[in-house]
Design a protein around this ligand. Structure first.
Ligand SMILES: N[C@@H](CCC(=O)N[C@@H](CS)C(=O)NCC(=O)O)C(=O)O
Ligand code: FES
Length: 213
């Protein structure tokens, strides 16, 4: 999405749009303001009003939102994103369909597919990296930070469908859960074990994910 955003920012078509990217961890007051519970997260703002909030890495959806709301008048798009070596930002989950329209298992599956690939490395955790709600999630964040791994996250406490659905999706009953390149890697114990066998586990897993694209 970083590439998508910078391409759009450079194009003439969106020259009246301001693209801003922040590392949510460095600006907790902004993350709090937008109630960010996942990352990456995008907010479309015009004349001080939030028009749309998006999560996940879906360039088509992003451009279509821009085209729906953007016009030649002044508009601003804030995109959350991160500095290298820092935890990323934010986000409300892709909102589940409204209550009248119960989410079907297929829709949930599609949503999980998107969420698990929303960033190259995605952590599904209890709480947020800056405020983990469980020791296991806290430890996973500490390990990722110690290895200077840049990651997106999703707070499963904010969405019970994702919390329960992901257990079946990954065939793993607990959180935290780490995904690299959309591939489930394991929970805390597995990641610790992988690191004890290979200090460069993250680098290798990322390489593997890139080469199988
Ligand atoms: N040994 C586990 C620890 C994680 C764990 O036991 N998580 C529990 C308690 S936080 C959990 O997610 N339970 C299911 C749930 O809360 O939905 C690991 O390696 O990740
Ligand atoms: S929330 Fe109780 S052990 Fe994680």
């Amino acid at each position: 999405m970083n590439k998508v955003i910078s391409t759009l920012a450079d194009s003439d078509q969106y020259k009246s749009t301001t693209f801003l990217a922040i590392n949510a961890d460095s600006f907790p007051e902004i993350s709090d303001l937008f109630d960010i519970t996942a990352v990456p997260y995008f907010v479309l703002i015009k004349n001080g009003t939030i028009l749309k909030e998006l999560t996940g890495a879906d360039p088509k959806e992003f451009v279509s939102a821009l085209d729906t709301f953007g016009d030649s008048s002044q508009s601003t798009t804030a995109s959350s994103n991160a500095d290298p070596a820092a935890t990323i930002s934010v986000a409300n989950p892709t909102p589940a369909p409204s209550i009248q329209q119960e989410e079907t298992p297929e829709q949930l599956n599609a949503r999980l597919e998107k969420l698990t690939t929303a960033a190259p490395i995605m952590l599904f955790m209890k709480g947020t990296p800056s405020a983990p709600q469980c020791g296991f999630s806290r430890q996973m964040v500490a390990i990722l930070r110690e290895h200077q791994v840049r990651f997106g996250f999703f707070d499963i406490l904010k969405d019970d469908s994702v919390r329960q659905g992901l257990k079946a999706f990954s065939d793993w009953p607990t959180f935290p859960q780490l995904y690299i390149g959309g591939v489930f890697q394991g929970g805390l114990d597995i990641i610790k074990e992988n690191l004890s066998e290979d200090d460069l586990f993250f680098e290798h897993a990322i390489e593997e994910a890139n080469s199988s694209k």
